[in-house]
Design a protein around this ligand. Structure first.
Ligand SMILES: Nc1ncnc2c1ncn2[C@@H]1O[C@H](COP(=O)(O)OP(=O)(O)OP(=O)(O)O)[C@@H](O)[C@H]1O
Length: 271
């Protein structure tokens, strides 16, 4: 920890109860190094912000830790289990779930159907079970639908359940994504730009939902966001990435005042 600025220079791995620990993560695309020796830890119970200029490697890190990309080097640990190179559903089973910057295409689905894409316990997908245990299949599907409804209600969007998913505004879709991710009961929820393209009123609603998840439902959050006002008023600590690795970590005020962070934004792609 730097005494004068109050920020930790580079990665701060000195956290006793880390829900996510990333060490030496490296990913290249052809000759381009997207993340280079990226290391950080997300402490349980926090809302951790992950910021940095365009191209700093934030989304690549989300893809690496959630199993959507395979790293070229380094390790990812979730709840103490090494999940390096594991598939997304295996990482989710350990407790890490993420949302996407641009929600997936959901043509032809109602909001309720969109909620049921990939939840746990969907034995209807098993053809054999349909014959051996049809009642079990029906009961599980009914339970999943009830869970989806209850979750939509918790995000105050129960009235949208039967609407076509493609009719939703960008902000409403982000709320549905949040609700859908929560169906898997994650310990760590990673949000990729939750308020990009969202109007200020809905951004405030999203912020309150994120706070509620953290304070009342014990969910740890790690959030990529370019909207500085949003992230600085929500997250602590803030981890700053630059050119594929961690520059500094600290409180919002300390990070905002740090010359290296200002230089990274001025020299990089901007916010
Ligand atoms: N699938 C890919 N193929 C090739 N290059 C990629 C791919 N994904 C990311 N990159 C490159 O890796 C670098 C890091 O990109 P990344 O999207 O992780 O940055 P970011 O910090 O999330 O940026 P932004 O804030 O603009 O979304 C960039 O130079 C980007 O062009």
């Amino acid at each position: 920890m730097s005494e004068t600025s109050g920020v930790h220079d580079g990665p701060n791995l000195d956290k006793e109860d880390a829900v996510l620990r990333v060490e030496g993560l490296r990913k290249t695309f052809g000759g381009l190094v997207a993340t280079d020796d990226a290391s950080f830890a997300v402490e349980r119970g926090t809302i951790t912000g992950l910021i940095g200029p365009n191209g700093a490697g934030k989304s690549t890190i989300f893809n690496l830790v959630s199993g959507f990309y395979e790293p070229d080097g380094g390790t990812v640990t979730v709840n103490g289990t090494d999940v390096t190179g594991a598939a997304p559903h295996e990482v989710a089973a350990e407790g890490l779930v993420r949302t996407f910057q641009t929600p997936r295409k959901l043509e032809g689905m109602t909001v309720r159907e969109a909620m049921l894409v990939g939840p746990r316990n969907q034995p209807g997908e098993s053809f054999v079970k349909l014959f051996t245990d049809p009642e079990g299949v029906r009961a599980a599907e009914t339970a999943n639908i009830e869970d989806a409804h209850a979750m939509l209600e918790r995000f105050e969007i129960g009235h949208l359940a039967t609407q076509p998913a493609t009719d939703l505004s960008g902000g409403q879709m982000k709320l549905v994504e949040l609700a859908r991710a929560m169906l898997t009961e994650p310990d760590l929820l990673m949000l990729d730009e939750p308020v990009a393209g969202v109007n200020p009123t809905l951004a405030n609603t999203l912020r309150e939902h994120v706070r509620r998840l953290n304070e009342e439902e014990d969910v740890t959050l790690c959030i990529i966001e370019h909207d500085m006002e949003f992230i600085m008023n929500l997250a602590d600590p803030i981890i700053v990435l630059d050119q594929g690795s961690v520059l500094v970590e600290g409180s919002p005020d300390a990070v905002r005042a740090d010359d290296r962070v200002i230089d990274a934004y001025l020299g990089g792609g901007g916010a």
